[in-house]
Design a protein around this ligand. Structure first.
Ligand code: AMP
Length: 471
């Protein structure tokens, strides 16, 4: 039984570079937006695997002294998302074990939806689990496999998994990466040339990690593909039969950085198109387009370009909000939102404002922001959301709450408008969302959070729902 989902994460891997730990640190630094709760790096020097993981941000954990304790030319790394309640170091990744296949470590982005069943079977056979994370199941399946090679055992293990997984593995002398057959979560492959023309192989959740270390993006790890990089070279193989894809559309709507290429497509380009199509579907008679930073910026640029209205930064975000701030002893209204955002009265006073954001989840933050813009003098606030209403929880690795808490699941658009106190509210249609991300036969997306139509069978849906609730 799993206490909770580990939700959104970033993964990174490198093979064949003398500064593997340092480059992994930089890669994780670029992927920090994918997870701020904990981070970890495991390296291998050919004979031994070394690991450091801790709660906190990448730059806090990996000081030069700590990086010096991670020798070797191959490494994997992980950043894990902060979710309420569970902050156990026990669940921080990578997981590392010594088993009959040698010493292996793994880092995972996604959710394995049949993890509870697999875990029950494994426990019946004597496995002892150290964490309540679904990722540990993979290592036990590898250890139980009758296959003698690590790649054979991995193939065996991966074929038993349902759901979403972009995985990076580290063994004594190799790095192996794999993606689930539907390709829910991204995983990019690249390489970097260094001293004397040597080539290092790199893998990351998003290509922004490659940009920072000067690596070039080559292509995606294909859904259902496993790539093995070892002393013998690079082997790419399909371990699972081809299935229709279910790429997470929310990566393009909100989660990935706009400077990344995700699912072979520029995130910035998708977001601007979301904004353009939103302006066509739901124009507003207004004076200004203002984004909710940072999530609404790219869509607001598209909205402004399409509508011909001026784009202005009417809300300023403080980027340095940490987890340790001194809260006021007296109750200050809307303190949390004020800490993060402040309106520019000079821009907003007397204006009819189109406020653009990527999504409304519970509605509470959006209501505070609408109030903030109005209190700063805006005459009208027209809220525009660059995707359809979020109506169903995600079981594939995005941190959405249960259906009960999703305002879009239980209210009409007009009811939501009244709740958030906007003069008008419009969401983008599903058809336009598909168009903006260029959904086609090669690149099909998962829209389950907007449709409730899950692309895989969820055999234990009640258990998955209960885990969400605890999350
Ligand atoms: P609320 O109005 O309380 O539903 O909050 C909406 C805000 O939450 C928007 O600015 C979104 O960008 C942001 N948001 C949407 N989905 C997520 C997510 N999975 N994790 C964190 N923030 C999110």
């Amino acid at each position: 039984m799993f206490d909770k989902f580990h939700e959104e994460c970033g993964v990174f891997a490198i093979y064949g570079h003398p500064e593997a730990a340092k480059l992994t640190y930089l890669g994780l630094y670029a992927l920090q937006h994918r997870g701020q709760e904990s981070a970890g790096i495991c390296t291998s020097d050919g004979t031994e695997v070394h690991c450091v993981k801790s709660m906190g941000h990448v730059a806090e954990i990996f000081t030069p002294l700590v990086i010096d304790t991670l020798p070797g030319e191959q490494a994997i790394g992980h950043t894990r998302y902060s979710t309420a309640g569970d902050t156990a170091l026990l669940n921080a990744q990578p997981f590392s074990v010594a088993c009959n296949k040698g010493r292996i470590a793994v880092a995972h982005n996604g959710n394995i939806t049949n993890a509870s069943e697999l875990r029950r079977d494994l426990e019946r056979q004597g496995s002892i689990f150290q964490s309540n994370s679904d990722t540990e199941v993979i290592l036990h399946l590898v250890a139980h496999s009758r296959e003698r090679t690590l790649s054979g055992a991995l193939r065996d293990a991966l074929l038993q998994l349902d759901g979403a997984f972009s995985l990076v593995f580290l063994a004594e002398d190799r790095v192996i990466v794999a993606r689930d057959p539907r390709g829910f979560r991204p995983l990019a492959a690249g390489q970097m040339e260094f001293s004397g023309g040597r080539i290092a192989h790199v893998f990351a959740s998003e290509t922004c990690a490659f940009d920072l270390i000067g690596a070039v993006y080559l292509n995606e790890v294909e859904p259902g593909e496993m790539i093995i990089v070892g002393p013998e070279g690079v082997t790419r193989e399909r371990y699972a039969p081809e299935q229709s894809r279910a790429q997470c559309v929310f990566e393009h709507v909100y989660f990935s950085r706009p400077d990344s290429i995700v699912f072979e497509r520029s995130v910035q380009q998708s977001r601007e198109m979301l904004g353009r199509l939103l302006a066509r579907e739901a124009p507003a008679d207004a004076d200004l387009v203002v984004p909710v930073p940072d999530s609404g910026v790219a869509a607001a640029i598209g909205f402004a370009a399409e509508s011909g209205l001026p784009f202005r930064h009417g809300l300023i975000r403080n980027h340095y909000v940490g987890r340790t701030f001194i809260e006021p002893s007296q109750v200050i209204r809307d303190f949390g939102v004020k800490l993060k955002l402040n309106p520019v009265r000079h821009l907003l006073e007397g204006k009819r404002v189109v406020l653009v954001d990527d999504s409304i989840v519970r509605g509470t933050t959006s209501r505070k922001i609408v109030r903030m813009v109005r209190q700063a003098g805006a005459r009208e606030v027209h809220l525009r959301i660059s995707c359809p209403p979020t109506v169903s929880p995600c079981f594939y690795g995005v941190d959405t709450p249960t259906k009960n808490e999703l305002i879009g699941a239980n209210n009409t658009v007009e009811e939501i408008r009244r709740f958030v106190e906007a003069d008008s509210l419009a969401y983008l249609s599903l058809a336009s969302l598909r168009k903006a991300v260029s959904d086609d036969r090669r690149h099909e997306y998962c829209y389950a959070c907007y449709t409730g139509d899950y692309p895989t069978e969820l055999v234990n849906i009640e258990e998955l729902m209960a885990a969400k609730k605890r999350g």
